[in-house]
Write a protein that binds this ligand. Sequence first.
Ligand code: FES
Length: 106
Amino acid sequence: MAGEWVKIGEANELAPGQLIYAAIEGLPVAVANVDGSLYAFSDACRHEGGPLSAGVLIGATITCPWHGWAYDVRTGKSLVPPVGLRLATYPVRICDDAIWIEINWE
Ligand code: FES
């Protein structure tokens, strides 16, 4: 079943190297611009729920501001132990100069 596409901001609000945050019906989502490509992922760190959109983005690596866990925003995979953890990721696209994210509520 197809998900729901939700507009979360304007494309010109998200320059390369930047992050934005959106709450979609209570679901915390972050979007990162990595060299012009956008990646959407859960804003809640898998450690204790730290706000990843307030973290540091270097290349495709986001580092949590609370205790330093790091993830690859392209895949959601954790880059530090415990290995194997993964953030939820979401399809993202730009349409009519806006950023849209696909959420599957199932
Ligand atoms: S909450 Fe993110 S590293 Fe602890």
